[in-house]
Design a protein around this ligand. Structure first.
Ligand SMILES: Nc1ncnc2c1ncn2[C@@H]1O[C@H](COP(=O)(O)OP(=O)(O)O)[C@@H](O)[C@H]1O
Ligand SMILES: N[C@@H](CCC(=O)OP(=O)(O)O)C(=O)O
Length: 366
């Protein structure tokens, strides 16, 4: 089998018990499976939850804390315990783990995004195993990824992974929550995540997990849009991840061969950038950027809203609403001037559009 780059996301329920401790047996199982993948020369990146679940008991909480500060304190204790266990157990296989803690902000800031990317690449090149978790201590609600499922999907796209494996406490996606509906049917292979599936997926998870199956489906949808195939399910033994890669996993496979890959800087524009302004374009421009793969030229822009600099990201609107986002080659002041000049020039019928407002390589449709 060709060497692959694989992101493995391990949920809290697959690492810890209900009492707030790391389940050494479950952890050992994952360690052996990751070591087997590495032995087969695949590159592995772990996204590991479990900090809160591994830490709350030591702080004297009877169950997963409900307050943000309680969860953050539990994560601060639990993350150390988790990494300690990973380092110790992986050392038996001569695998060196590296801890990476990220927030949503680290992705929306372009420099931090590039730095995180460069660090992960350097680690992989040196044969290190990156273990990523959300930086819970500084993540207030609006700065979180929502859950580690979405974090694993964004990381998979970011590093152009060949496969995202989401390990959880259930063997895949069912058409409704099987813990509530005993007649729920398992879905083995999917090409897309539909609204109906999202409705059938509960956001209630296990006692220690967050987001339930719904967050996994939303993550899978994002991974698919980034052209990364996804597996959701579980398994046992050192062979489980290799078997999943071979298509023999106990879970749901989600992939769509029609989706093309999207480069890292366009991913940043699509998923992480904050918009600094709005452009309104005419019908000709709409057709050019949506259907003909063209750059947006000043001639097609009739209104500019907001104050932005060259290099910022703006939203582009057509007659029926938002069309997409792109990086502008003009500041708002210069673009407004270009439009005003154009009106004057048009009157004299000699207007020649200068450089593009948004280059097609810096543009993503919604
Ligand atoms: N449609 C569904 N199919 C499968 N599981 C579902 C569905 N809806 C909700 N669930 C629940 O999602 C749980 C897994 O989510 P969660 O506890 O957040 O996992 P993790 O800790 O691995 O992230 C399952 O144990 C199951 O109870
Ligand atoms: N950063 C948190 C992750 C919480 C989370 O998303 O949990 P899960 O639903 O088990 O993947 C932790 O480590 O506890």
């Amino acid at each position: 089998m060709r060497k692959k780059r694989i992101v493995v996301k391990i949920g809290s329920s697959s690492l810890t018990n209900d009492k707030g401790e790391i389940d050494q047996e479950k952890l050992n199982d994952h360690i052996h499976a990751v070591a087997a993948l590495r032995k087969a020369k695949h590159e592995v990146i772990l996204v590991s939850s479990g900090a809160v679940a591994a830490g709350f008991a030591r702080l004297g909480y009877p169950s997963r804390p409900v307050t943000i500060k309680g969860r953050q304190a539990a994560a601060a204790v639990g993350q150390g315990l988790l990494i300690e266990s990973y380092i110790e157990k992986f050392s038996e296989f001569n695998i060196i783990p590296a801890q990476i803690l990220l927030t949503r902000n680290d992705f929306s800031n372009r420099d931090r995004y590039r730095n995180a990317f460069a660090t992960i690449m350097e680690l992989l090149e040196r044969g290190i195993l990156p273990i990523i978790n959300e930086n819970d201590t500084v993540s207030v609600e609006e700065l979180t990824f929502g859950d580690n499922d979405m974090l694993s999907a964004l990381v998979s796209g970011f590093i152009h992974a060949d496969q995202l494996i989401i390990l959880t406490d259930i063997n895949g996606l069912y058409d409704s929550n099987p813990r509530v509906n005993p007649l729920a049917k398992k879905l083995d292979v999917l090409e897309d995540i539909t609204d109906e599936m999202l409705e059938g997926a509960d956001s209630a998870g296990s006692k220690v997990g967050t987001g339930g199956m719904k967050s996994k489906l939303l993550a899978a949808k994002t991974a698919l849009s980034l052209s990364v195939p996804v597996f959701i399910g579980h398994g046992n033994g050192p062979d489980k991840l290799l078997q999943i890669l071979k298509g023999n996993g106990d879970g749901t496979y989600i992939s769509n061969s029609e989706i093309g890959s999207i480069n890292t800087s366009r991913q940043w524009i699509a998923f992480h950038s904050e918009s600094a302004g709005k452009l309104f374009v005419d019908q000709g421009a709409e057709e050019a950027i949506l259907y003909n793969g063209k750059s947006l030229l000043p001639a097609g822009v009739f209104k500019v809203k907001g104050t932005f600099e060259k290099g910022d990201v703006v939203e582009v609107f057509g007659a029926n609403g938002l069309l997409g986002k792109g990086e502008v080659s003009y500041s708002s002041d210069d673009l407004k001037k270009a439009i005003e000049n154009r009106s004057e020039e048009l009157r004299s019928d000699s207007f020649v559009p200068s450089i593009e407002v948004i280059h097609r390589n810096r543009w993503v449709k919604v």
